[in-house]
Design a protein around this ligand. Structure first.
Ligand code: AMP
Length: 227
């Protein structure tokens, strides 16, 4: 039997890695400490110092799904992930706060030596490999560039090196991964950061518990942006 809604702690979905690490100081600023770190434990449900809040560890691209279906009341996901999710589930999530964490950019990159501008000017049909098919489709459509999109789930940088694609659309942070693979960014599509997302029903039914947390996150992210 499911726990009655009022007894279940608020559940926040997070992914391991950069988002988790950059969320920890925000939780701390809200007075919340975690019971154990997901990198040191295999547990997928993590208690916090606030008995009314627990964290669940999910894959980044699954965060919007857990929140939309209400298995998590709130979560943190990159704009990249949210854009792809929204294409399938428009308006499913409430996105009150840009937390300004895990910042990077979504860019087009090609092999060093590939003349991207000339290919675009000539109206060549480009093969583009990406995990972000929605954002890529909109970007190239707006530019009037014809592309064949190839959906990949990881290691996009490999695609131009082995002839799978002419270009990739991927997240770029330091640029080190592109450099290590002899690729260069030729176009920035948009800046990316992570946002808080909230289940629309929970926003109403658990408003009293959620609001202090949303306020604390908002304050902590504002302080971070001003720093
Ligand atoms: P970098 O070498 O620092 O430019 O990072 C690029 C690699 O890290 C690529 O494989 C990206 O997909 C991944 N990456 C960079 N920033 C982020 C982010 N904010 N969220 C998720 N993946 C990222």
């Amino acid at each position: 039997m499911n726990m009655p809604e009022t007894l279940r702690p608020l559940t926040m979905a997070l992914s391991k890695g950069r988002i988790f690490e950059e969320t920890l100081p925000l939780l701390k600023a809200a007075g919340i400490e975690i019971s154990e770190h997901p990198e040191q434990s295999r547990k997928l449900i993590i208690a916090t110092s606030n008995p009314a809040l627990r964290l669940i560890i999910v894959r980044a691209s699954d965060v919007p799904t857990y929140v939309e279906y209400g298995a998590a009341d709130l979560g943190i996901a990159g704009k990249d992930v949210l854009l792809e999710h929204a294409a399938q589930h428009p308006g499913g999530l409430y996105q009150p706060i840009d937390l300004n964490i895990a910042r990077c950019r979504l860019s087009v990159a090609v092999r060093k030596g590939f003349d991207y501008d000339a290919a675009v000017k000539q109206g060549a049909r480009l093969r583009v490999a990406t995990k972000y098919t929605q954002a890529a489709r909109e970007h190239f459509a707006a530019k009037g560039v014809h592309v064949d999109l190839i959906k990949l789930y990881g290691s996009m940088e490999l695609a131009p090196l082995v002839g799978l694609a002419d270009a990739i659309v991927d997240l770029v942070s330091t640029g080190n991964t592109l450099k290590a693979n002899d690729l260069v960014a030729v176009e920035d599509i948009m800046p990316i950061s992570s946002r808080l997302v909230v289940n629309r029903a929970a926003l109403k039914t658990r408003h009293a518990e959620l609001q202090p947390l949303l306020d604390a996150f908002e304050q902590a992210s504002r302080a971070r942006a001003a720093a």
